[in-house]
Ligand binder design. Structure first.
Ligand code: UDX
Ligand code: ADP
Length: 459
């Protein structure tokens, strides 16, 4: 097939893989290559068992792979052959040196830039897809500018707003596509080349362009706003528990104000995932760096409230179960950081398990997709945990269930049957407010939702 454009993505992770699968299926006239240093991952992308679980992804990959979608480890060759290069490598929080625990670790990004520089033989558009601190594009431009062989590079910022679990839907029907560029003739030409790709399936009115720094900053700010809403409603959930107000009712009422809106107001055990905490701390670090300590403190409070909410959830469990968990069996329904993903990065479940183990509880973890990742996250304490996929089997003989991920399947279980197999008094701690609390109570459970009055059978 005569392919119009050749597109490369460096980094075959949660963002790069699904994004390229959608571009390849929406633009069969382009040839899309995804490369990664991780051979196992590339082998998995080329197999029937993809390295990530995302609803709808298998079908897309199956339809495009080998036609105009290719996964490879030959990064050098790919750089030579492609002139539009998305960079989608991991930028975790730095765990060493200056800014440890807050700043982004940009070493992988810089390695990629140097590699592009070394192997490029023709002009390239280099697109930041990973979420990055503001001004990273400048660093990239400076590195790429150091070439002696006259190759021209244009750097664009094109942050990805997909959420895991709904990635394919988000990519196919995005609220907006953001493209930041230098406002020079060259920068504008490069951003038009990228816009042309998205225009194959995204209406032009949703393709927003901006200066490159606004683009980099907007991604951090969008995640800050979303996480801030969750921390706000979680703070309110604590007030509800003291006052017998119901956080679900409060969220509904508040969210009906069209200025506020109803989304991202579900009180929970706290947010997880690879982005929110990392991006907020990144913003905190930037504010500190630019001499804005008041702003930094304000932004950081969102993460602090999230830590408090996780702690509060665990303390509710401990207090409700007579202040001792030693030897008690606690079953977790869900380990992924949200439903419809196997991803467990920053999952609140990790915190809960470690706290339970500190109290010498026995922990049984159930999850339809995330048990493999759970085993890795808890490899240092594995001997003390059981992993059981079937929720009925997992809960049998337990003193308590903690529902931590809002998988649909947990709404549909036969809780009467589960209750009959558990140690009494039996407890349910619903960290997602997804169960029918009254009916669980009527069955005999002592029920502890988030931000609602608890229902117990104790006098
Ligand atoms: C987020 C952003 O939504 C996305 O735009 C960005 O590109 C990456 O970060 P993601 O982390 O994949 O996406 O999932 P999201 O749906 O935002 O959920 C994040 C966490 O917040 C999850 O743990 C989720 O359970 C929690 N959450 C979400 C709540 O506790 N309450 C809510 O109302 C919404
Ligand atoms: P995200 O959630 O942002 O997509 P992931 O960790 O899932 O992050 O994916 C990032 C990918 O980038 C990983 O598969 C990692 O192996 C890859 N990667 C990191 N450094 C490089 C590099 N120098 N060259 C190619 N791929 C890289």
């Amino acid at each position: 097939m005569n392919q119009e454009k050749r597109i490369l993505c460096i980094g075959a992770g949660y963002v790069g893989g699904p994004t390229m699968a959608v571009i390849a299926t929406r633009c069969p006239q382009y040839r899309v290559t995804v490369v990664d240093v991780d051979e196992t991952k590339i082998t998995a992308w080329n197999s029937d068992r993809l390295p990530i679980y995302e609803p709808g992804l298998d079908d897309l990959v199956r339809s495009a792979r080998g036609r105009n979608l290719f996964f490879s480890t030959d990064i050098r060759r790919a750089v030579k052959e492609n002139d539009i290069i998305f960079v989608s490598v991991n930028t975790p929080t730095k765990n060493f040196g200056a800014g440890a625990g807050m700043a982004s670790d940009l070493q992988y990004l810089e390695q990629v830039a140097r590699m592009i520089l070394e192997h490029a033989e023709s002009p390239k558009i280099v697109i930041e897809k990973s979420t990055l601190p503001v001004k990273t594009a400048q660093a990239l431009e400076r590195i790429l500018g150091c070439n002696g062989h006259g190759v021209r590079f244009d750097v664009l910022s094109n942050p990805e707003f997909l959420a895991e679990g709904t990635a394919i839907r988000d990519l196919e029907n995005p609220d907006r596509i953001l493209i930041g560029s230098r406002e020079t003739d060259r920068g504008i030409k490069a951003r038009e080349a990228l816009a042309e790709i998205y225009a194959n399936w995204v209406p032009r009115t949703r393709i927003v362009t901006s200066n490159i720094w606004s683009s980099e900053l907007s991604k951090l700010v969008a995640n800050f706003f979303l996480a801030q809403r969750i921390s706000t409603i979680n703070a309110v959930s604590a007030v509800c528990e003291k006052t017998e107000a119901d956080v679900v009712e409060v969220a509904k009422i508040v969210g009906m104000d069209s200025r506020i809106g109803s989304k991202f107001l579900n009180a929970s055990i706290g947010f997880g995932g690879s982005c929110f905490k990392k991006d907020i701390l990144n913003l905190v670090y930037l504010c500190q760096h630019f001499g804005l300590p008041e702003v930094a403190d304000y932004v950081e409070s969102v993460v602090k409230m999230n830590e408090y909410q996780k702690e509060r959830f665990f303390l509710t469990m401990l207090t409700a179960m007579f202040n001792t968990l030693a030897g008690k069996r606690v079953c977790l329904f869900g380990f992924a950081f949200k439903a419809d993903t196997a991803d467990t990065r920053e999952s609140p479940a990790i915190f809960v398990v470690r706290k339970l183990l500190e109290e010498k509880a026995e922990v049984i973890i159930s999850d339809p997709k995330a048990l493999e990742n759970a085993r890795k996250d808890l490899s240092d304490v594995n001997g003390r945990i059981q992993y059981v996929e079937d929720p009925y089997e997992a809960a049998a003989g337990c003193h308590a269930i903690a529902l931590l991920t809002e998988w649909d399947l947990y709404r549909e279980l036969d809780y009467r049957k589960i209750f009959s197999t558990m140690s009494k008094p039996a407890f349910i701690f619903d960290g997602r407010n997804v169960l029918d609390h009254k009916s669980c109570f009527d069955i005999g459970f002592n029920v502890f939702p988030v931000g609602k009055p608890s229902l117990t059978h104790f006098a």
